[in-house]
Design a protein around this ligand. Structure first.
Ligand code: ATP
Length: 257
């Protein structure tokens, strides 16, 4: 990890124009994300988390301020950014392997090396031997894991994840989190994860940003100083509990304010 800004948010704000008037979604927000960090963004529903992620990914424009990713201003989608949204959208007529290779296929012919990398990614996420299956033959959790492999196949330097595991049951989610921690350790991509789960945020991250109610702003920036290898046992540790307890009051307070 270097101390240089990998992503720099400089007074970034967003207001949506709607028929009913302007909707301020995000207050002027500044932050620096360093290379190799795993940063979770938590906050109450509607506080602008998805909006922030979409602006970083260049999917929507900022209303104010500037976002710089790897030294270049973001002003549209980029190849060096991978996305995973809630509810994986896989092509039903393509196999798991073909779905993972899709981002390559639209640019150039797929090579043996690409195929080997896809199989490697599927293996880390517990999907070895599923490459010939079709999406309908997979569980929701497996489909989400395929979409993570797809987001990583082009070797983006940064991964943006919007509640990718939100629809999964608690146990599946915990298992996937363990695999995802392993994947992050082996790739050391810079990851930004939007999640509603305090446990997931603490379990996966090196840092958690807490946002206030809409129009959101960052109200806390918490370093997660847990060992880099995260196994389910860590959830019961006093250190984990202390971190979760530091975040939880924001939700209670923000919910009743
Ligand atoms: N395209 C849009 N047009 C108008 N308003 C929008 C649009 N997208 C989002 N909003 C509004 O902006 C605010 C922030 O939305 P956003 O989806 O970023 O919040 P969020 O924190 O990700 O919410 P959640 O946790 O419920 O997914 C909300 O009030 C939402 O209604």
């Amino acid at each position: 990890m270097t101390d240089q800004a990998f992503i720099k948010l400089d007074e970034v704000a967003k207001t949506y124009p709607t028929a009913g008037g302007a909707v301020p979604a995000l207050s002027a927000t500044s932050a620096i994300i360093r290379e190799g960090e795993f940063v979770s963004i938590v906050g109450p529903s509607g506080c602008g988390k998805t909006t922030l992620l979409k602006m970083i990914g260049g999917l929507i424009d900022v209303t104010q301020g500037e976002i710089v990713l790897r030294g270049r201003q973001v002003n549209g989608p980029r190849d060096d950014v991978g996305f995973v949204f809630q509810g994986a959208v896989l092509l039903p007529w393509k196999t798991v392997l073909q779905n993972v290779l899709l981002p390559i296929e639209v640019h150039r012919p797929v090579t043996a090396k690409d195929r080997a990398r896809a199989l490697e990614l599927l293996d880390v996420l517990g999907l070895a031997n599923f490459e010939k299956r079709y999406p309908h033959e997979l569980s929701g959790g497996m489909q989400q894991r395929v979409s993570i492999c797809r987001a990583l196949i082009g070797d983006p330097s940064c991964l943006l994840l919007d509640e990718p595991f939100g629809a999964l049951d608690a146990l599946t989610r915990e298992n996937i989190n363990v695999m995802f921690n392993e994947l992050w350790r082996s790739t050391r991509k810079t990851v930004l994860l939007v999640t509603h789960s305090i446990q997931e945020a603490v379990f996966l991250s090196t840092r958690v940003l807490v946002m206030s109610r809409r129009p959101g702003e960052i109200v806390d920036d918490i370093a997660v100083d847990l060992p880099v290898v995260r196994l389910p046992e860590v959830i019961g540790s006093p250190e984990f509990g202390a971190l979760a307890n530091r975040i939880r009051p924001y939700f209670t307070k923000l919910a009743i304010d």
